[in-house]
Design a protein around this ligand. Structure first.
Ligand code: EPU
Length: 338
């Protein structure tokens, strides 16, 4: 384990922001975490635990220590007649895990194909797409609690998963280093085609019985067509969360905006599409200097090359204000601002 100084984070965040960290360390196993704690650097500095860097925006240089988790390894923990318990190191790429599972006929994660980032970040923001969230297959995780200085296992109930949320963004924020995550997957296919756009795409393909491979391929195609490739155009996926409002407010909006999109949730709540709101404000495809809003999807802010984190943040504020002005809805960031 080596602590590096004045380290460029440009290749470690999908926005491609050239921020620098005062200190940087790459962690490959649990022993290195204890070694790091013993140096005292964590106790004396601000620190940030980095996964794939696909959901963060460095608004400035980081005056502290970036802990880059590179713990690898995927293994089967338990195999039963109908299910399999699989464990992945926090530093494995999420999409590699999804692909490995599909290739081995372990089913469930196929709707979550091609999500950028690493396994350790998946529970933190409870990643989700096309009708599935990681919580639907989550079993437990292991990690190091920096407060108690002990290794702990957290089962489902302890994680308090919610829409793009979990205990790791709340009480355990900056207190817990996830090292391995375990998922319980099915040995037989049980497709989730609840997301309308996914089922519509699958209907277009002329097959008698869709299978998990088709879901996996279709999700990849949909994502590729809508979300810019961060290797070509820096971005962090959806910049804002989809806002959740009351059914009452939704009905009022519906009177004014006939084609507003809403998805009914329990407890008389409706989830709106932030992409639609932003598009209605005229932001889709707009560019300001080095930053802009993707022309493919209004929820994606992009770095055209040399944008600073501050410039992206300023753009996001402008968009937020416009949406408040037009719809009286305040968009919450999905991306973590550092
Ligand atoms: N829409 C527009 N204009 C746009 C984009 C979208 O009007 O420019 C409307 C369309 O009506 C579209 C609807 O929004 O049908 C939904 O769009 P999409 O299917 O792309 O989903 P989303 O709600 O914008 C969410 C997640 C994505 C995830 C997709 C698919 C959030 C914040 N985002 O986006 O997750 O891939 O659903 O399930 O929940 C991410 O979290 O970074 C991410 C990409």
């Amino acid at each position: 384990m080596e602590i590096l100084e004045n380290y460029s984070l440009k290749n470690l965040n999908t926005f491609g922001i050239d921020a620098k960290a005062d200190y940087y360390v790459s962690i490959r196993n649990e022993e290195e975490i204890e070694e790091l704690v013993n140096t005292g650097i964590i106790q004396n500095n601000k620190f940030f635990i980095l996964g794939g860097g696909s959901n963060i925006l460095f608004a400035d240089n980081f005056k502290g220590l970036v802990i880059d988790i590179n713990i690898r390894g995927i293994k089967i923990i338990e195999s039963k007649e109908d299910s399999i318990l699989i464990e992945a190191g926090a530093g494995e790429f999420w999409d590699d895990l999804v692909t490995l599972c599909l290739n081995n006929k372990f089913y469930g994660l196929e709707n979550l194909a091609l999500i950028p980032g690493k396994v350790g970040a998946a529970p933190v923001q409870n990643i989700g797409a096309y009708g599935v969230e990681q919580k639907d297959f989550y079993d437990s995780l292991s990690g190091y609690n920096l407060e108690s200085q002990k290794n702990e296992t957290l089962n489902y109930n302890k994680c308090r998963f919610n829409y793009r949320d979990s205990v790791f963004k709340l009480e355990l924020k900056n207190k817990f280093i996830i090292t391995q995550v375990r998922y319980k997957l099915n040995k037989s296919e049980n497709l989730n085609l609840s997301y309308k756009e996914l089922s519509q795409e699958i209907d277009k393909v002329n097959v008698e019985k869709p299978d998990a491979k088709l879901v996996y391929d279709t999700v990849r195609r949909l994502r590729t067509s809508k979300l810019p490739d961060y290797r070509l155009l820096g971005n962090a996926g959806s910049f804002f969360k989809n806002p959740i409002i009351s059914e009452n407010n939704f009905n009022k909006l519906k009177e004014r905006y006939n084609d507003i999109k809403g998805f009914n949730l329990p407890d008389a709540k409706v989830k709106l599409s932030a992409g639609w709101l932003i598009e209605q404000c005229g932001w889709k495809g707009k560019r300001i200097g080095n930053t802009g809003v993707s022309e493919k999807h209004a929820l994606i802010l992009v770095n055209f090359g040399n944008a600073t984190g501050k410039e992206i943040l300023e753009l996001s504020e402008k968009i937020r204000h416009k949406v408040i002005e037009k719809f009286e809805i305040e968009l919450e960031n999905e991306v973590l601002i550092i």
